[in-house]
Design a protein around this ligand. Structure first.
Ligand SMILES: NC(=O)c1ccc[n+]([C@@H]2O[C@H](COP(=O)([O-])OP(=O)(O)OC[C@H]3O[C@@H](n4cnc5c(N)ncnc54)[C@H](OP(=O)(O)O)[C@@H]3O)[C@@H](O)[C@H]2O)c1
Length: 268
């Protein structure tokens, strides 16, 4: 069930947009994510215009107020279940009607269910693949066609270091993220001639609602740092693949080089 929440437009009193010199209009798919929240705060401080899309109308309203106070020039919101393919047409109709000249799309939603559930139930496994890959690829296909036609803009999507190698303890989530990374790689090549950037974002473990039940969560990276690095990547020239924090590029290079014969024996 989709419902449009009240559209709220706010002129920033800080004039941050004028100061930034490069206004951006950003659509955020999964705006209530802990990582997305931090990205949006940075973008709001720079006076960007935002269209927030997420499931909870209540949390969207709170976010609208928060980001407006922080300097966002305009904050629109739309509530929808993004994993529901039937909702995609209505989502894009809303974008076309209220935010047609957007220049950036950030895909941030995802789920990390208990891997054991996916092992025990095909339905749970397919849900996980749908949320993290199939629905994401479907949505990005719609947004990509629009940006390609206008020959401008940027698509950024949060995948994960978990997608770089299949592990015993989370290979369902990992395979969905790995598939999304491959999808983005191909999309980047397709959109390159049209001048549309595609950024693959691969965070290491981050302290958010997704991970706060984990015993080691206190050692994970602060979402503020990851949000800052993603916001910077959206604003300026950035690598096509952003590992955040950067150390994860080196960690994953090492992990990828562990021989399969040894890797299959590791229980993590
Ligand atoms: N935290 C980490 O360690 C980590 C590491 C690497 C990559 N990532 C990825 O980073 C992204 C953001 O995660 P996070 O860490 O910020 O966790 P989070 O705070 O739990 O955010 C996940 C978000 O996805 C939304 N979502 C899930 N299913 C949805 C659906 N069907 N429709 C609409 N929204 C949906 C959730 O909305 P509700 O609030 O409505 O449930 C929530 O806002 C995810 O793609 C995640 O896989 C996270």
């Amino acid at each position: 069930m989709i419902s449009a929440v009240a559209v709220k437009e706010t002129e920033s009193t800080t004039n941050a947009a004028l100061k930034s010199g490069s206004l951006k209009k950003v659509v955020v798919l999964g705006a209530t994510s802990g990582i997305a929240l931090e990205v949006q705060r940075k973008l709001a401080e720079r006076g960007c215009e935002l269209l927030l899309i997420a499931r909870s109308p209540e949390r969207l309203s709170e976010l609208q107020a928060d980001l407006s106070i922080r300097g966002a020039r305009q904050v629109l919101a739309y509530s929808a279940d993004l994993a529901l393919m039937q909702s995609h047409e209505n989502i894009f109709a809303f974008v076309r009607q209220h935010f047609s000249d957007f220049d950036t799309v950030l895909l941030a939603y995802g789920s990390m269910q208990d891997q054991k559930q996916s092992e025990a139930s095909v339905e749970a496994m397919l849900d996980e693949l749908n949320t993290n890959f199939v629905s994401a690829a479907a949505l990005l296909t719609i947004f990509a066609a629009d940006l390609e036609r206008r020959r401008t803009g940027c698509i950024a999507a949060i995948t994960s270091v978990a997608g770089d190698r299949g592990r015993r303890s989370n290979y369902v989530y990992g395979s969905a993220k790995g598939a999304l990374s491959l999808f983005l790689q191909g999309l980047r090549s397709r959109l390159h001639p049209a001048g549309v950037r595609v950024i693959t974002i691969k965070p290491g473990p981050v302290r958010t609602a997704m991970t706060d039940h984990m015993a080691t969560a206190t050692r994970f990276t602060d979402p503020e740092r990851v949000g800052r690095e993603i916001a910077q990547a959206l604003e300026r020239r950035s690598p096509d693949i952003l590992y955040t924090p950067k150390i994860w590029r080196f960690v994953m290079t090492a992990v990828e080089h562990i021989p399969e014969n040894l890797f299959k024996r590791l229980s993590f």
